[in-house]
Ligand binder design. Structure first.
Ligand code: NAP
Length: 356
């Protein structure tokens, strides 16, 4: 795509992943429109306002909410493409999964994509889905007697009551494909990131991704580290993949984004190698029986523990490597850069206190 054909709309500009996409687009010379729910919230928009000063005239901020029909029309007007990242990313539900997760994800995706059907300048949409739309439980790889999971798989086991975040991502991506095939104005490219880690451009402490590293560095995992395995990918690689998805002529379909699969125990070992002299980091496995006791309070059901505790995960990310040309950063770089950002931003107080 010719850069002169910009602007690109990035939904959810206050997000961890979106902020990296926006800065990389601006660095590449694109004009960017982005949306936030509350432009008056200075905590959430400070980074965007600073960028808007640095890249004068290239970044415009709009107010939009996934649950408000027609909300994205103004921001989308004049754009040639959309990167739709906005969606609730929460691990522990406080109210109802339907209100908190499923409606904003599914109705919100329909809201954005249906508006795009009416704006004839839009030629491509890149959607941030998730590996959660591909599978719920690591045991599915073994149960299906396969070596690894690829983009052909769809999550068929999540529900409103079991892993509702995964369910919201599955339904939202399915809705996106339904809308995509009903029109011929734009094409759809989907990114399915695994668990995203790596430095944040935002000084936020509420993100799911930062939480584990903060806990390890603050010495909070006193009884051991949960033996849970995830695919892991660097946020900077996720941003690059979205931009390549926007630019590449032949990048149709879904793309698993995962550098490697690893357990929390491996992440804790990486952190111990780097920070072990400054903070007491425990790298022994938390016994499964203990995780059955404390897991539910952390948002992990017994069923999830049964299907995932100690079970490795094999994800196949060859398509992103071959078709998008992504060279994923190694895990230790991702984890150490993320830890360093949290320390530099003063978000790991215990470690800082020990240093003093
Ligand atoms: P994040 O920092 O929490 O960002 C989520 C974004 O969605 C925020 O900008 C938030 O806006 C916006 N949002 C939520 N509800 C909204 C609503 N009702 N209306 C408008 N905007 C709304 O999380 P993230 O990690 O960057 O996630 C971005 C996307 O990546 C999500 O689609 C998520 O499912 C996907 N993903 C994330 C991971 C990961 O490990 N982080 C992995 C795979 C996929 P506010 O600031 O207004 O709340």
């Amino acid at each position: 795509m010719d850069k002169k054909q910009s602007p690109v709309l990035v939904t959810g500009g206050s997000g961890y992943i979106a902020s990296w996409i926006i800065i990389k687009l601006l660095e590449k010379g694109y004009s960017v429109h982005t949306t936030v729910r509350d432009p008056e919230n200075s905590d959430k928009t400070a980074f965007l306002r600073k960028l808007s000063d640095t890249y004068s005239g290239k970044l415009s901020l709009f107010k939009a909410d996934l649950m408000v029909p027609e909300s994205y029309r103004e921001a989308m007007t004049g754009c040639v493409s959309v990167i739709h990242t906005a969606s609730p990313f929460v691990h522990k539900i406080s109210r109802s999964p339907v209100q908190e997760l499923i409606n904003p994800a599914v109705k919100g995706t329909a809201n954005v994509l249906e508006t795009a059907c009416q704006i004839k300048t839009i030629k491509r949409i890149v959607l941030t889905s998730s590996v959660a739309a591909i599978l719920t439980d690591n045991c599915e790889v073994v149960n299906n007697n396969i070596e690894s999971i690829n983009e052909d798989y769809w999550n068929e086991t999540a529900s409103i009551t079991y892993q509702p975040y995964s369910y919201s991502k599955t339904l939202a991506e399915k809705r996106a494909w339904e809308i995509a095939v009903s029109q011929d104005n734009w094409d759809l490219v989907v990114m399915n990131p695994a668990f995203v880690l790596g430095p944040s451009l935002l000084k936020r402490t509420d993100g799911v991704s930062a939480n584990f590293i903060q806990r390890v560095l603050s010495g909070q995992l006193k009884f051991g580290t949960p033996d849970l395995h995830f695919g892991i990918v660097d946020v900077r690689d996720v941003a690059d993949a979205h931009i390549r998805g926007l630019e590449k002529p032949y990048s149709a379909g879904r793309h698993i984004l995962s550098s490697e699969s690893a357990s929390f125990v491996k992440l804790a070992r990486i952190l111990k190698n780097s920070y072990g002299k400054r903070v007491k980091i425990r790298t022994f496995k938390l016994p499964k029986i203990l995780f059955y006791l404390i897991g539910p309070a952390l948002g992990f059901s017994w069923k999830y523990i049964k299907n995932n505790y100690g079970v490795p995960l094999a994800l196949n990310s060859e398509k992103a490597r071959n078709e998008l040309g992504i060279v994923f950063r190694p895990l230790d770089i991702t984890v150490n850069d993320h830890a360093e950002q949290l320390i530099q931003d003063g978000l790991v107080t215990k470690l800082i206190i020990q240093n003093n």
